[in-house]
Design a protein around this ligand. Structure first.
Ligand code: GDP
Length: 322
């Protein structure tokens, strides 16, 4: 089984590639919930929804969030009543939040609710939140501390980031399926999808013991770089890396993850970084990592799996030699 850690857009695309080539019992997608928030009384889980909509083949790929073919009657009516419109809730998307609120109010946890919604979208592969407890990403900027969605959507990531923290992460525990996957010694690989390292992956790694358990796991841990040629494909990762004095490159990503990684998949454009990356530690695979179509997603998923086999064989040999 492959354990894939994902945020929204980038993570969802690679997770979809895995879902297309693996059976449901061969994949677990663990999703960031640091972006979650309450809006107009509804519990919103943006990354869980992006992964769900993407695996269902119903996502709005252009926007990178929400459902394709969405309509906006609710939003128009809300704004007519003076409701704030900075966070867009499409009519169909709203139904997800209404049902999530209902199921949570009935006492189910976020894992069960996510599974229930995913089933209704026809998804067979398990998608789970990183935790069933509340974790909230908070961005400390030059103009003050902001809950993640205020920074990301309302303020359009303009304020300069000074620090990011993950409120509640220390007290939260991994969701049951995530914890069970970490306990399995037959995982073939742990994949850190090409999601924003600081905003989407760091909250998962901030949960107690997760980073340590990933490092000590016998399955290779492989990241796919979200940075190609010194730029992000989408979103503020490059801007935030710069503001936090991290190098905006696949090498910067390798350094950021540090001893967590056995391997990193970088773009062919960045192949020249491989020798500097090997000094940091991980083995490198350079290939096309931009996913513009579903066949790109499948191709990258296959290559990541092949790469992970090479790394686990190397580990086996290493064990044999000592
Ligand atoms: P968010 O929570 O919706 O911002 O989503 P993520 O954190 O999962 O995705 C944002 C990151 O994914 C950005 O840093 C992008 O550069 C990266 N990304 C998006 N699409 C691709 C892609 O096709 N290939 C790669 N390698 N990275 C991508």
């Amino acid at each position: 089984m492959i354990l894939a850690l994902a945020g929204g857009v980038g993570g969802a695309k690679l997770a979809n590639g895995f879902a297309k080539i693996l059976d449901p019992d061969q994949l677990l997608v663990v999703v960031n919930t640091g972006d979650d928030f309450e809006h107009f009384g509804f519990p919103i889980s943006p990354d869980l929804d992006t992964v769900t909509y993407t695996l269902a083949g119903m996502n709005n790929a252009e926007a990178g969030w929400g459902l394709a073919g969405e309509s906006w009657e609710f939003m128009n009516a809300l704004e007519r009543l003076g409701g704030e419109g900075w966070f867009r809730l499409g009519d169909q998307d709203l139904a997800t939040h209404v049902m999530r609120a209902k199921f949570l109010n009935e006492g189910q946890n976020l894992s069960d609710v996510t599974a229930r919604i995913a089933r209704r979208f026809g998804i067979l592969h398990p998608i789970v939140p990183m935790s069933d407890q509340r974790v909230r990403t908070v961005v400390e900027t030059e103009t003050g501390k902001m809950p993640f969605q205020i920074y990301f959507v309302r303020e359009r990531c303009v304020p300069v980031t000074k620090h990011i923290h993950y409120e509640g992460a220390n007290e939260a525990v991994p969701s049951e399926k995530f914890a069970a996957a970490l306990d399995r010694d037959d995982l073939s690989s742990i994949i850190i999808c090409p999601s924003n390292p600081l905003l989407s992956v760091a909250p998962i790694l901030a949960l107690p013991e997760v980073r340590g358990r990933l490092i000590s796991h016998n399955a290779p841990v492989i990241a796919v770089s979200p940075i190609i040629g010194g730029e992000t494909v989408k979103g503020p990762a490059a801007k935030i890396f710069r503001e936090l004095d991290l190098e905006v490159s696949a090498l910067g990503v390798a350094r950021y993850y540090g001893d967590l990684l056995d391997g990193i998949v970088i773009d062919s454009k960045d192949a020249a970084l491989a020798s500097s990356i090997s000094e940091v530690g991980p083995q490198t695979l350079a290939t096309r990592i931009l996913m513009q179509s579903s066949s790109d997603q499948i191709q990258l998923a296959r290559e990541v799996m092949e790469f992970s086999k090479l790394l686990s064989r190397r580990d086996d040999r290493g064990v044999g030699e000592t």
